[in-house]
Design a protein around this ligand. Structure first.
Ligand SMILES: Cc1cc2nc3c(=O)[nH]c(=O)nc-3n(C[C@H](O)[C@H](O)[C@H](O)COP(=O)(O)O)c2cc1C
Length: 349
């Protein structure tokens, strides 16, 4: 099996196992995907699968400047433009559903407090239209409002299909809302949404089940970062937490499970593989040699590339040829216009 062999992923047959990892680029003012966003993704349509930047399934999940949403009619039209541009070039695209939970600020929420499992502030600051501000203390969700929030993942999945997107990835990684529920230091609830691992996983699994009920398991993927500490996540029992979650996801026959391995001090890929026999995407610092090795050994079915794809619109071709890669410009990762977004050159034809 090679990185460049086709692979069946849920409802789709992909041309290769090279995936574009989800990357927030903060270039969607008004939360409605635009022509520049469509051009950026279309440039990268040679990926086997594109996973879009984190996209909020609900207005309460807006957490960063100028990130897209998928909860109203204008956004559906915006995403239709993106999906159409990618499909016209033979690509496939899943939208990543990211509710940021406490990693937000009232400035993004019409003055309302961000929502979270518990009223525990994330340390640090967030970049707002008025510069850096502390996150502040979120509002703990009432148990009675959680089912409606979970249902927004189903609604967003339905809207994704309406827009012509191929499926959705539920973002359970990197300390956003589902990851906040999973983490004992952020989730101190004593009701059925906190405490035991079964209770802490209930939000994530509920969101996944809502998306599955809306569009079918073969169009739903999930992203996790087991043991990851980004956004002040601390789980002293991370291997047990993620063994349970992987086992529960395995029962659902999803399109894929996508793991961002942040090397937390245990063997993340081996742990997940032991509990998850379905299609597995691995990510985190890959180059071609490591990608080929992990696919050949059966550890991974596909490999996602983040920064290399950001800086190289024709990454699969460059990997296949062993060509040199463009240098990423970190200063233009988050926000701005075409510079550092759609102006990275492809190889000369
Ligand atoms: C600019 C940037 C934005 C990112 N935004 C997201 C995001 O919205 N959702 C997500 O799950 N991961 C996000 N990530 C993490 C990447 O998907 C990926 O896990 C990380 O870059 C490691 O992969 P790499 O070593 O191939 O770059 C982001 C990374 C970068 C560099």
């Amino acid at each position: 099996m090679s990185l460049f062999s086709p692979v069946r992923v849920g409802a789709l047959t992909l041309k290769s196992r090279v995936v574009m990892a989800p990357m927030t680029r903060n270039r969607t003012p008004g939360q409605v995907p635009n022509a520049l966003n469509a051009e950026y993704y279309a440039q990268r349509a040679s990926a086997g699968l594109i996973v879009t930047e984190g996209t909020t399934p609900d207005a309460s999940g807006r957490g960063y400047i100028d990130i897209p949403g998928l909860y109203n009619a204008a956004q559906v039209e915006g995403w239709r433009q993106v999906a159409g541009a990618v499909h016209a070039k033979g690509g496939h695209i899943f939208v990543q559903l990211m509710h940021t939970g406490r990693i937000s600020h009232p400035d993004f929420l019409d003055g309302a407090a961000p929502v979270a499992p518990s009223a525990i502030a994330a340390p640090g600051e967030i970049y707002t239209h008025e510069g850096m501000k502390p996150h502040g203390t979120p509002r703990a969700l009432e148990a009675a409002e959680i089912p409606a929030l979970i249902a927004t993942y189903g609604r967003a999945a339905t809207l994704a299909r309406e827009a012509g997107l191929d499926g959705v990835e539920v973002h359970g990684a990197n300390g956003y809302l589902p990851g906040q529920f999973l983490a004992p230091n952020v989730n101190q609830r004593t009701d059925e949404w906190g405490g035991s691992v079964e209770n802490r996983a209930r939000f994530l699994l509920g969101a996944v089940d809502a998306a599955v009920a809306a569009i079918g398991a073969d169009r739903v993927g999930v992203r996790l970062s087991p043991g990851g500490v980004f956004n002040d996540i601390h789980d002293p029992d991370a291997p047990a937490t993620y063994a349970y979650v992987a086992g529960e996801l395995a029962k659902r026959n999803l399109a894929y499970l996508h793991i961002f391995d942040t090397k937390p001090g245990f063997d993340v890929a081996a742990l997940i593989r032991a509990h998850y026999k379905g299609t597995l995407i691995l990510n985190g610092g890959y180059d071609r040699a490591r990608a080929e090795a992990d696919i050949a050994s059966g550890l991974a079915d596909l490999i996602a590339f983040g920064v290399p794809f950001l800086a190289n619109p024709d990454l699969p071709e460059r990997l296949a040829q062993g060509a040199a890669l463009n240098t990423p410009d970190q200063a233009s990762f988050y926000g701005g216009g075409a510079k550092g977004y759609t102006d990275y050159p492809a190889l000369a034809a």
